[in-house]
Design a protein around this ligand. Structure first.
Ligand code: MG
Length: 495
C-alpha cells in the first residue's frame, strides 16, 4: 500500500480523531468488562458512565473546528482511498449527530438503558406485557429518528442505513422475497427425509466445562497462535470486541451439554476477530477499521459454516470432543450433529437453513411497525403466527418467542437483516477461495487470502466497493446452491 494518509486536512482530522477514538476505546473496555467480569451490582454505575461517555463523545465530535475539517475534506479532490474512506465515514456519523437533537440522543440512551433491564426481567419471567410499554416507546423513537434522519422510500431505510451503509428496505425485501420459497422447499424436503432427526443424541450429551474450555483454546491456537494479541473469555452471550489490532477479544459460552454450540460460537467469533486482527496497521485509531456489519458477519459465518462444520475440522478435533464428553464418538455422528437441520424457536440455536426464517420474521415485523402497519401490542401474536407459518412451530412462551433477543431493548431496529446478508456473503467468499484452489483446512492460506482481499482494507471501502474491487457482485444463489447441494447429500435427496 502506498502512503495511506497524506492530505493535510485529513491528517488534522486523524489527529483530532484520536480523542474520539480514546472515548470509544474506553467505552469498549467498559462494555467488555460489563459482559465478562463485572459484579452484577456494578451495572448502575457502569450504565451511568457509559451514557455520559456517549454524550461527551457527541459533544467532542460536534466541535466546530472538527466539523469544519470534515466538511472541508469532503470537498477535497485527489484523496487516497483511505482518506476518502475516513471522510465518508465521518460525514455519515456527522449527519446522524447533526440531525438527531442531542436531547433526543440522551432520552434514547436513557430509555434503552432502562428497557434492557426491564427486558431481562420480562424475559426471565415470560412476561411480554411487562416489556410492551418500553418496546412501544422504542419503536416510537425509532420512527422519530427516521424522520429526523430522512429517507426516500420507507422510514425503515433510515434505520437500516445506520447499521449497513445505504442498505434499503427495497433491497432487503427483494432479498428475502427471493430466498423464501427456495429455502421453504429445501426445508420441506429435509423434513420429509427419512434421515431427518429432530433431536441428535450428541446434543444432549453432557460435557466437562473445563475440558471444553481447553478444546476451545486448542482450536484457537491452531487458527491464531499469537495470544499476545488475542484472548478468549466467557460471557452470557458470545461476542467479539477489538480495542486495537493488538488487543482483540472474543467470548464464548458453556451450557453443560451440547458442546457444538460452544465450539461453533468460538469459531464464529474467531471469524469476527480475525477481521480486526488482520486489519491494516495504518488504520489503527482511525474511523475505518472494520465498520460494515455485513462484511463482519460474512467473516464469522465463513469460519463457522465452512470451517467449523466441515468434516476435516471435526476429524482433527474428534479426540478432543471425546475427552470433553468422556466417551467415544464417530466422525459421522459429530458431522450430523454439527449439520443437523431442525426448526426450533430460538434464533441463536438455528441451523444454516432455518436461520433465515428467524431473520425474515424479525425484518417483516420491524418494517411493519415502523411503517405503521402493525402495533406493538400485536407483535407477540404476529411473531407466533409467522413462526407457525415459516417453521411449523409455536414458541412455548414469550422468553423463547418474542422476548428472546436483546436487540430491540437496546434500541436497535434495522440490525437483523445484516445477519442474513452476511451469511449469504460468507458463502461467496468460500466459493472464491475454493476457486483459488485453497482447501478448507489450509488455515494459513485462507487467512492470507482473507487478509489480502478483505481484512487489510478495514472499512476503507463500502460493501459494494469492496465487492467490486474483488470482481464480485452480491449473489444470493451461491449460498442457496451450497445449501441445496450440502443438505441434499446429508438428507439423501437430489438438489
Ligand atoms: Mg456474529
Amino acid at each position: 500500500m502506498s502512503v495511506p494518509f497524506k492530505n493535510k486536512t485529513v491528517l488534522k482530522i486523524l489527529d483530532y480523531y484520536k480523542n474520539l477514538w480514546t472515548l470509544s476505546y474506553t467505552s469498549a473496555i467498559a462494555h467488555w468488562d460489563l459482559e465478562t467480569y463485572m459484579p452484577a451490582k456494578g451495572a448502575g454505575a457502569r450504565g451511568e458512565a457509559l451514557g455520559r461517555l456517549s454524550v461527551i463523545r457527541q459533544k467532542m465530535f460536534l466541535d466546530p473546528g472538527f466539523v469544519a475539517l470534515i466538511h472541508k475534506a469532503g470537498r477535497e479532490k485527489n484523496l487516497t482511498d483511505q482518506e476518502r474512506g475516513v471522510t465518508r465515514n465521518l460525514l455519515r456519523a456527522l449527519r446522524v449527530y447533526e440531525k438527531l437533537p442531542s436531547e433526543f440522543i440522551e432520552n434514547f440512551e436513557r430509555l434503552t438503558n432502562t428497557a434492557t433491564v426491564v427486558w431481562r426481567s420480562a424475559r426471565d419471567g415470560n412476561d411480554y406485557k411487562l416489556f410492551e410499554p418500553y418496546l412501544t416507546k422504542i419503536f416510537d423513537m425509532n420512527r422519530k429518528a427516521a424522520e429526523y434522519l430522512g429517507y426516500k422510500d420507507s422510514p425503515y431505510d433510515a434505520l437500516l442505513d445506520q447499521f449497513e451503509e445505504d442498505l434499503t428496505n427495497r433491497e432487503v425485501s427483494e432479498f428475502f422475497g427471493e430466498i423464501k420459497d427456495p429455502l421453504k422447499n429445501l426445508l420441506d424436503q429435509i423434513m420429509r427425509s427419512e434421515k431427518h432427526n429432530n433431536s441428535q443424541k450428541l446434543e444432549k450429551m453432557a460435557y466437562k466445562i473445563e475440558k471444553l474450555k481447553a478444546v476451545n483454546q486448542k482450536i484457537l491456537s491452531l487458527f491464531w497462535a499469537d495470544f499476545g494479541r488475542f484472548r478468549l473469555d466467557v460471557s452470557s452471550h458470545p461476542f467479539t470486541t477489538s480495542f486495537s489490532g493488538n488487543d482483540t477479544r472474543i467470548t464464548t459460552w458453556y451450557h453443560k451439554k451440547d458442546f457444538g454450540r460452544s465450539v461453533l460460537a468460538t469459531v464464529h467469533e474467531f471469524g469476527h476477530a480475525l477481521y480486526d486482527l488482520q486489519s491494516g496497521p495504518s488504520l489503527e485509531m482511525t474511523p475505518i477499521r472494520s465498520e460494515s456489519l455485513v462484511i463482519h458477519e460474512s467473516q464469522s459465518r465463513f469460519w463457522e459454516n465452512f470451517v467449523g462444520r466441515s468434516e476435516s475440522f471435526i476429524k482433527y478435533f474428534k479426540k478432543d470432543f471425546e475427552s470433553a464428553v468422556g466417551q467415544k464418538l464417530s466422525t459421522q455422528d459429530i458431522y450430523s450433529y454439527f449439520n443437523n437441520v431442525s426448526p426450533g424457536p430460538l434464533r441463536v440455536e438455528a441451523d444454516e437453513v432455518t436461520y433465515h426464517f428467524h431473520i425474515m420474521l424479525r425484518f417483516e415485523i420491524e418494517k411493519d411497525l415502523i411503517e405503521g402497519k402493525i402495533k406493538v401490542k400485536d407483535v407477540r401474536d404476529v411473531w407466533n403466527s409467522k413462526m407457525k407459518e415459516y417453521l411449523g412451530i409455536a414458541p412455548r412462551n414469550d422468553s423463547e418467542g418474542v422476548l428472546q433477543d436483546i436487540h430491540w431493548s437496546g434500541g436497535m431496529v434495522g440490525y437483523f437483516p445484516t445477519y442474513s446478508l452476511g451469511t449469504f456473503l460468507g458463502a461467496q467468499w468460500e466459493e472464491v477461495i475454493k476457486n483459488e484452489k485453497l482447501i478448507i483446512n489450509n488455515y494459513d492460506g485462507i487467512k492470507m487470502w482473507l487478509k489480502d482481499h478483505i481484512h487489510k482494507y478495514g472499512s476503507t471501502y463500502t460493501l459494494p466497493e469492496l465487492l467490486k474491487k474483488n470482481k464480485m457482485k452480491f449473489d444470493l444463489k451461491v449460498n442457496l446452491n451450497y445449501l441445496q447441494k450440502k443438505y441434499g447429500k446429508i438428507y439423501g435427496f437430489k438438489a
